[in-house]
Design a protein around this ligand. Structure first.
Ligand code: HEC
Length: 139
């Protein structure tokens, strides 16, 4: 009995301390603020646009305006992906969009441009997440 408990402790404690000494999320900005497009999408966009981008995220039902299906942007645009326009939409700088307080979609530019350490990864993130959206277009 006791040795069983001891064995359990011996197994559990090293794992727990390993977790604590392992680089934490806060110390690793790439985990907290992912750079890779697909991860950015899951982290910042999937709640509304759905994990597959098809507009069925968890928050979608709570939204007054359903988040659109992002996999049909090309289809709606003569089979061409309007890269610049999509990027501007995400960043919130598309001049054709209504004033920002009318927008239902959060403006990501300032969030992505948050500087960590001494580097501004905002542009990289915008490019990567835009490319990711491009990569999930239906043919
Ligand atoms: C809070 C919910 C929400 C989140 C989070 C969100 N969106 Fe949206 N998104 C919307 C809504 C709603 C629209 C419809 C346009 C509008 O009302 O602003 C939209 C529109 C868009 C469009 C234009 C689609 C089209 O058909 O032209 C793109 C592109 C887009 N979102 C990408 C993203 C990306 C990339 C992210 C993550 C960085 C993201 N969205 C996060 C709600 C959201």
């Amino acid at each position: 009995m006791r040795s069983g408990l001891l064995l359990t402790l011996l197994c559990v404690v090293p794992i727990a301390s390993f977790c604590q000494t392992h680089p934490s999320r806060d110390k690793n900005p790439q985990v907290r603020n992912p750079i890779e497009g697909g991860r950015i999408f899951q982290y910042y966009c999937a709640a509304c646009h759905g994990a597959d981008g098809q507009g069925n995220g968890q928050s979608a039902t709570a939204l007054k305006h359903a988040a659109p299906d992002l996999t049909v942007i090309s289809q709606k645009n003569n089979a061409k992906f309007p890269y610049r326009q999509v990027k501007d939409t995400i960043e919130g700088t598309d001049p054709r969009l209504p004033a920002h307080d009318d927008r239902k979609m959060p403006v990501w530019g300032p969030i992505f441009h948050e500087v960590e350490a001494d580097q501004d990864w905002g542009e990289v993130r915008l490019e990567n997440v835009t490319r990711y959206v491009q990569s999930i277009q239906r043919k």
